[in-house]
Design a protein around this ligand. Structure first.
Ligand SMILES: Nc1ncnc2c1ncn2[C@@H]1O[C@H](COP(=O)(O)OP(=O)(O)OP(=O)(O)O)[C@@H](O)[C@H]1O
Ligand SMILES: [Mg+2]
Length: 289
């Protein structure tokens, strides 16, 4: 089980959009995916059409010791399950203040899921709130990888120093395995000079952790949540779907040269799925030989 914290304490940069669409794109590559909402705004569950008002949520796992397997919901996206949150979670920070081991509650819950549940997940993506409080620390304690969505704007790097400091602190005190693995630039308009300047600066400071794939601004990405769907289901031929499919291949280590030629965004969902599966098989063959 590969657990990935999707983090940026800046609001509105694309964390939830990336969690949903990368998750669904990884499922298209044949992975079994679990998405967990750690944000009281509850955008993740809503994005996937899950009722976040009724039923148990991640809050019950943190505060009432409910097992993670009992709060997992299936979604309409094949191979993707979700653990929703709701507004109750905003109280968790205070309610957990006096609890011993509060920074590792999520790690313990995921370990119990991995050991005890018949359902197996290849990838778990954790959608974090725009803050560096106890919920984000729980995500870092439970993860081996960190993915930072970042908006290519003047203030993009502001806050990155604090974030890398927190990751190092968690590495030293709670989870030696956790590492900043990737930065994905979102809402990137390649036509502007500012975009290029910002991305050059990110590359200078954070090196090759800046992923090659960038996510372009695409209105379908903003529309999809109101339909309770990922962009891959809502608008399979959009640039948004193409970018997240490409991101999934890069993240999963599938060679990007294996991309179907030219406009990946113009192909049908079925063709894209077939091409992605083929690329994974080719990679597996290459690894064996
Ligand atoms: N590439 C994109 N093109 C157009 N709109 C986008 C793109 N990525 C995200 N958005 C929109 O921008 C808004 C913020 O995105 P999102 O909710 O993913 O950010 P977030 O980092 O999760 O925010 P928060 O910090 O509040 O949790 C949403 O309305 C989303 O639909
Ligand atoms: Mg969000």
């Amino acid at each position: 089980m590969d657990t990935v914290a999707v983090i940026n304490q800046k609001g509105g940069v694309g964390k939830t959009t990336t969690t949903v669409n990368l998750g669904v794109a990884l499922a298209e590559l044949g992975k079994s995916v679990l998405l967990i909402d750690l944000d009281p705004q509850a955008n993740l569950g809503t994005h996937l059409g899950v009722d976040v008002i009724d039923g148990k949520t991640i809050y019950d796992v943190f505060v009432h010791d409910v097992k993670l397997k009992d709060v997992i919901r299936e979604t309409a996206e094949p191979g993707v399950a979700v653990v929703p949150s709701n507004l109750d979670l905003s109280a968790a920070e205070m309610e957990l203040v006096s609890m011993v081991g509060r920074e590792t509650l999520l790690r313990d819950a995921l370990e119990a899921l991995d050991n005890g549940s018949p359902g197996h997940y290849d990838v778990v993506l954790l959608d974090c709130p725009p803050s560096l409080g106890v919920l984000t620390i729980n995500a870092l304690s439970a993860s081996s990888k960190v993915l930072v969505p970042l908006q290519a704007e003047f203030f993009a790097l502001q806050g990155m120093a604090k974030l890398t400091e927190i990751i190092s602190l968690v590495q030293r005190r709670l989870n030696p395995e956790v590492e900043l693995t990737g930065i994905v630039a979102c809402k990137v308009d390649r036509r502007t000079k500012l975009t290029h300047e910002v991305l050059d600066e990110v590359r200078r400071v954070l090196g090759d952790r800046l992923l090659e794939t960038v996510i372009r601004p695409n209105v379908k990405l903003a529309e999809a949540p109101s339909h309770g769907q990922s962009v891959l289901s809502y608008a399979p031929d959009s640039n948004g779907a193409a970018d997240y499919r490409r991101l999934a291949r890069e993240w999963a280590g599938v060679p990007l040269e294996a991309d179907p030629p030219a406009a990946a965004g113009r192909q049908t969902k079925k063709a894209a799925k077939k091409a992605a599966k083929k690329a994974v098989e080719q990679q597996a063959d290459a690894a064996e030989s």
